[in-house]
Design a binder for this molecule. Sequence first.
Ligand code: AMP
Ligand code: ZN
Length: 477
Amino acid sequence: MKLYNSLTRTKDEFQTHVPGKVSMYTCGPTVYHFAHIGNLRSYIMEDVLEKYLAYSGYDVTRTMNITDVGHLTSDGDTGDDKMIKSAQREHKSVMEIARFYTDAFFSDCEKLNIKKPEYVVPATDCIADFINMVAKLLEEGYAYEAGGNVYFDTSKLENYYVFNKHDADDLEEGVREGVGVDSNKKTKTDFVLWFTKSKFEDQELKWDSPWGYGYPGWHIECSAISVKTLGEYLDIHCGGIDNAFPHHTNEIAQSEAYLGHSWCKHWFHVLHLNTANGKMSKSSGKALTLSLLEENGYDPLVYRFFCLQSHYRKNLVFSWEGLDNAVIAYNKLVAKIASLNPVGEADENDFNAVKAGFVSAMDNDLNTSLAITAVYDALKAKVSDATKIALIKDYEKVLSLGLINAVEKYRENLKKQAEAEAASVSDEDRPIVELVNKRTEAKKAKNFALADSIRDQLKDMGIVVEDTPQGPKWKRI
Ligand code: AMP
Ligand code: ZN
């Protein structure tokens, strides 16, 4: 499988440290607010990646952290603690906020068919691990204490800007937010590993440490949780593109300094979901949530379908019109699958020949948009309906669009509709409706001779039947 690697900036052949096994780390949500549908785009694409790796035969173990402490309103060391701000806004404790929004996040994930990782680790459960990591970084000379805080010393690294697209000016963002530059830092790019001299008097969550009562920086949590749950060598690390700098850059700096060797082979970044006015963000307060889509009558899985229609390495612009188009396409797909009439077993040769199209799309840098095309191709292929259904079920292991459930619901609705129609049929029309239904059954069973003879019988009664995508319609001549 070829997968774009932000470290090498090329599509690399995906490789793992241990053959057949993948250790995968995902930056989890900062649980101070509902996830917005942009965040969820990243988690959907990472879910597809995990499932495709499993589909390709890898044994995948995945960890996700929950950021419940330390993430400031800038991604660096400036601004307010997001969790405290939220607790103040909602008159709750930080831990109440964390629990509430963690549950809300996983409820969204469930609705989107996003699998829960094997390890889900709140940062506040791992304080001792962060302290150990910071202590070793100090011992090895990669960190220093200044003004009561502990900082990572980026000047000790040969190559800090691993993703190469950034420079020191990117850190100016915090300054623009009206917060002064931290004069304790030896180099502008240094970052906090442990805060004790907090500018937040009301910081609720603090712990004892060798450097005083305080709390961890945001970046250290992902390094420590990854090493703790997945070991010293990580195969793939995921996140939205905004995490590449400074968060992931700092994770690499800390982890490799701590471990004394290179750490993660592959970096997978999902580009942003934007609105017509720019990036969607939680802090702007204008972000759309999954609940809002539901309130407006959209099925969460249609949003998943909308995301899968485009490639993860392209920005995706959200619009209601775009989502409406996804609804139409999704419903058509469901109706198409519902019209299949699988009889007997799938043909293995046909199955493998058609499946190759899906695999080649996904093997080419997880091209989900071509994978969706492969679903249509399977439906158009000159193979039996049983093979088609087997193919759709197989692709669904990865795409998880809920197609099979949707087909069942669609059929139930059709049945209910037919029953309602039958109940409202007059005594005069009843024999006609019965014959029309008998003809439909005959067609389904591929008994075309019987179907034709019923059509003739109806014609003799002065009735014509027309087949439409919504089913047969009849009228008197
Ligand atoms: P956060 O909860 O802010 O820590 O972000 C959770 C995940 O969502 C991270 O992987 C971010 O990189 C990602 N993310 C943030 N904004 C967007 C966006 N507009 N589109 C896609 N992913 C995003
Ligand atoms: Zn992280």
